[in-house]
Design a protein around this ligand. Sequence first.
Ligand SMILES: [Fe+2]
Ligand SMILES: [Fe+2]
Length: 223
Amino acid sequence: MMIQADTPVGQIATEYPMATKVFARHGMDFCCGGGKAIEKVCESKGLDVAAVLDEIREAVADPDSDMERWDEAPLDALIAHILTTYHEPLKEELPRLEFMAQKVNTVHGSKMPEVLSELLSTVVALRAELEGHMGKEEQILFPLILQGRGAMAGGPVAVMEQEHESAGDALQRLRELTGDFEVPAEACNTWRALWHGLAALEAETHQHIHLENNILFPRALAG
Ligand SMILES: [Fe+2]
Ligand SMILES: [Fe+2]
């Protein structure tokens, strides 16, 4: 495995997709901050880089590690994968999460008033942001790339990257508000489902942004 302490995390995630499981386990950002060296990311999280590299070696050696190398796939296949694996499910999942956040805030708001109301407003804003964002990718950027005109898409790509940062910040805030998605002992079923749903949203969105920021956009811009 050709990973050094100064290899950028986005490159590791691209070349060794299974490494993303290790990054997710430690809450390491590999999508928006993909250009940072793994030792720097470990340092900022108080993690031992040698131990993390061992975990990555183990994950990569796992015989069940069958995650695709999207840097080697045709761009149209990568875009189709992003649409079916991330965009389509999100369109169902975001309204479901908003509905649950609304319900938990209405029924249990008095137990954690500040947390649950900010959680609701963050979910509502993130839903609006992601829905608008996916619309722009689907109607403007992805068609440009599919027409072979990705090299001219510097402007739209910069906007998408900014929106990814903002979505990443909202997810980070949700992680803080939910106490790292640890379900409180008194939580009812909806509350529980909301916490699990938000944890899954974070994991999926990190993969989604990684595929766009670190693989699709640089390849498209390179023409
Ligand atoms: Fe997307
Ligand atoms: Fe995106």
